[in-house]
Structure formats: C-alpha cells, structure tokens
Design a protein. Structure first.
Lengths: 114, 114
C-alpha cells in the first residue's frame, strides 16, 4: 500500500491566488481528515469526512477555505484567495474506522504564500 | 475543554538512556489516546495507543502509561536511539457523541545525543 498520497509536496504562491491541495487516502479507509500544522498552533483539524460526506468543518478558518471529497479515493482542500497567514504544512490523514483511531498521515504539503 | 497539552517542549537524552515524555489532558470524557512520532519533513506516524479502561500498554521499546486520576499520560522509550530523535505528540479522542476527531498536543522535541 502506498499510504496516503498528497500533492504537491511544496507550493509557493502569491497572495490572492487560488491554491488547491490534493489527497488520495488509503483504499478502504472510511475517514479522511485535513489538518494544518504551524509552529504557533500545532496540528489543527480543519475538516473531516466519513464515507465522502463532510462531518465536521468547524476547524475551517474562514470562507476562503473549502474542501471536497467527490469520491472515496480523492479529496481537495482549496484556499481562495490565499493570504500569507495561510502558510503552513497541510496534512491529509485517513482512518479505517472510528474504533481504531490510528490515523495514517500523508507527507504533507508545505504551502508558502508570499 | 478539549485541550491536550505537554509539560515540556524539548527533551535531550543520551543514547542508550530511557526517555519519558509527558502529556496532560483536561477532558475526562476522553476514551482513547495515541502517541505519534513526527520526523523532520514527514507526517506524524502512529506509535502506540491506549484506551481509558487501561493504565498501561507496552510495545516494542515503548510503554504508555495513563493516569486517569490526574489526567496524565506518558510515553516511555527504552534504550533511546538516535533514530528516535523527532517530535512526539500525544492526541486524545473525544468521541463527543457522533463526532470522531483527534485533538493533538503541541509536541515535544526529543533529541538523542550520541
């Protein structure tokens, strides 16, 4: 199994531009999570899906952020328009079920907004 | 509240010594805890978990202790090796009814000196 796959690994964009981060979860995992990591705030849950349905998006910072999961093998996190304070590492994780809470994380996307 | 915190931001040990990383939590309703290891440039990696009906669980060179009375858990690493150098996170699962999401602490940086 290739694990959770995220792309791109690095993204540098100018303020105001649209940014799309992509994630392919582990096949068969019912849960998908998007986290943001910064030095100041640590790992923050942005949103999670169960069977492709968004369950909790209370961590999404503001309307500039949106996430979709059109099918079981793909999810996107979009920021439009991007701002310098969005610079962070964004992780996608997936989990088989809620009984075992061991998430498998991807390698992350390092986003820099200049 | 749903906070998971750490006592120390950094820990430095000599190779071969045992390491103890501590974590405190505030929500007594939490029923599941996980320790993650994050190496530079990678996503968090599952190490070991423990449920609230247990007070100790052992893995390979790692032991997690849970003290529900004082809402504290710790990760013990035996015979610490240079490859153990990483940031370690504790995470708590607050089932909160239909919700299922891990809340992470800020992390402890473990440095192993040769």
């Amino acid at each position: 199994d290739a694990g959770v796959i995220q792309s791109p690994r690095h993204e540098v964009t100018e303020m105001g531009q649209e940014v799309t981060l992509r994630c392919k979860p582990i096949s068969g995992h019912d849960y998908l999570f998007w986290y943001r990591q910064t030095m100041m705030r640590g790992l923050e849950l942005l949103i999670y899906f169960n069977n492709n349905v968004p369950i909790d998006d209370s961590g999404m910072p503001e309307d500039r952020f949106s996430a979709k999961m059109p099918n079981a093998s793909f999810s996107t996190l979009k920021i439009q328009p991007s701002e310098p304070r969005d610079s962070a590492v964004y992780f996608c994780a997936s989990s088989l079920n809620r009984v075992h809470g061991g998430y498998t994380f991807g390698s992350g996307t390092r986003l820099t907004v200049v | 509240g749903e906070s998971v915190g750490l006592h120390l931001p950094t820990l430095s040990v000599q190779e071969g010594d045992n390491s103890i990383i501590n974590c405190a939590y505030s929500n007594s309703a939490s029923d599941y805890f996980i320790w993650y290891k994050q190496e530079s440039g990678k996503g968090p990696q599952f190490i070991i978990d423990i449920r609230s009906n247990m007070d100790k669980r052992q893995g390979q060179r790692v032991t997690v202790l849970l003290n529900k009375t004082v809402k504290h858990l710790s990760l013990q690493i035996a015979a610490t090796q240079p490859g153990d150098s990483a940031v370690y996170f504790c995470a708590g699962l607050y089932s909160g009814g239909s919700n299922y999401k891990l809340t992470f602490g800020k992390g402890t940086l473990l440095t192993v000196n040769p």
